[in-house]
Design a protein around this ligand. Structure first.
Ligand SMILES: [Zn+2]
Length: 103
């Protein structure tokens, strides 16, 4: 019984050595997001006018530093939540009324 333990230890040691030889190549690097490595880390900004998201490098900033998606939107200015100097408010849609024959 005493030799059994010695044999097991030897077998395990031999397996480790064999594994080390077979795996001579360096282990693969840990997985990372590789696609668009630089672009993926770039900060995304929302256009102050239309709200579209775009990379910081493509954004157009006004004097106040607000990002815009294009020169046209920069000139149009930021669209405030309470109807600022942006585009006029959307015309109200007529009330929905089902035709009489529908009911
Ligand atoms: Zn925009």
């Amino acid at each position: 019984m005493k030799y059994l333990l010695v044999i097991v230890v030897l077998v395990v040691a031999w397996m480790m050595v064999a594994k080390g030889r077979g795996n001579a190549a360096p282990p693969p690097p840990p997985r990372r997001r590789r696609a668009g490595d630089g672009a993926a880390r770039e900060q995304m900004l929302a256009c102050a006018h239309c709200g579209v998201h775009l990379p910081q490098s493509e954004a157009v900033a006004d004097a106040a530093g607000r990002p815009f998606c294009s020169e046209a939107h920069r000139l149009a200015g930021p669209r405030g939540p309470a109807g600022g100097a942006g585009r006029p408010p959307r015309p109200s849609t007529p009330p929905r009324t089902a035709p009489l024959g529908y009911r």
